[in-house]
Design a protein around this ligand. Structure first.
Ligand code: ITT
Length: 200
């Protein structure tokens, strides 16, 4: 089975992507970047989700000699002009401090009423081959932001993003409910046929 390396050390993402790609019927052996501990982290110097996803995928494909997939994702808040956006993972200063990121965002939006709390999760998913071939696709999950965190599932900003048409937050959805509508689900379901075409 073709091995595909996934350019993330975020274990939540590895779990989500296993489930999403399994659901597409794509037969690949998906391994996280943790399987290659000597490979240095890539600086995310891009200014869009797509640029960063491609940077991460190319770096891993070059380093491993294997096809690599990467995603870059984040929360985009309308009233903040799309922020935190590509800075979502380190909005409060420390990369991956989900609790601090969420608390800072809620404090910034404390005076904003429900009519102006539209936001979306965005995800760019990239495939890079060792020969430099690249593809990138995107997905979104539209919603509104709650005033207080609710739910214990998921990660990151899930406890405050309520998807359009639902009364629950993403942190109250089951993993399969979230994958069915999520930005990452949409992006990776779009990437699956591209992977099948280029590696098939
Ligand atoms: P890698 O770079 O190692 O993949 P990361 O967590 O840093 O892991 P990103 O750079 O893509 O990933 O940053 C995404 C941030 O955006 C993440 O830390 C969350 O704060 C937020 N985010 C992305 N997708 C999310 C989701 O499905 N639910 C909640 N928050 C999400």
């Amino acid at each position: 089975m073709q091995r595909l390396v996934l350019a993330t050390r975020n274990r939540h993402k590895v779990t989500e992507l296993h489930a999403i790609l399994a659901g597409t019927g794509l037969a690949v052996d998906l391994v996280g970047a943790d399987a290659y501990p000597d490979i240095p982290d890539v600086k995310e110097t891009g200014v869009t989700f797509a640029e960063n996803a491609l940077l991460k995928a190319h770096a891993l494909a070059r380093a491993t000699g294997l096809p690599a997939v990467a995603d870059d994702s984040g929360l985009c808040v309308d009233v903040l002009g799309g922020a935190p956006g590509i800075f979502s993972a380190r909005w409060a200063g420390t990369h991956g401090d989900d609790a601090a990121n969420l608390a800072l965002l809620l404090a910034q939006l404390s005076d904003i009423d429900d009519a102006h709390r539209a936001a979306h999760f965005a995800c760019a998913a990239a495939l890079a081959l060792p020969d430099g071939t690249e593809r990138v696709v995107e997905g979104r999950l539209l919603g509104t932001l709650r005033h207080t965190p609710t739910g214990t599932g998921g990660f990151g900003y899930d406890p405050i993003l309520q998807p359009l048409g639902d009364t629950r937050t993403c942190a109250e959805l089951t993993p399969s409910e979230k994958n069915a509508i999520s930005h990452r689900g949409e992006a990776f379901r779009a990437l699956a046929p591209v992977v099948a075409e280029l590696l098939g």
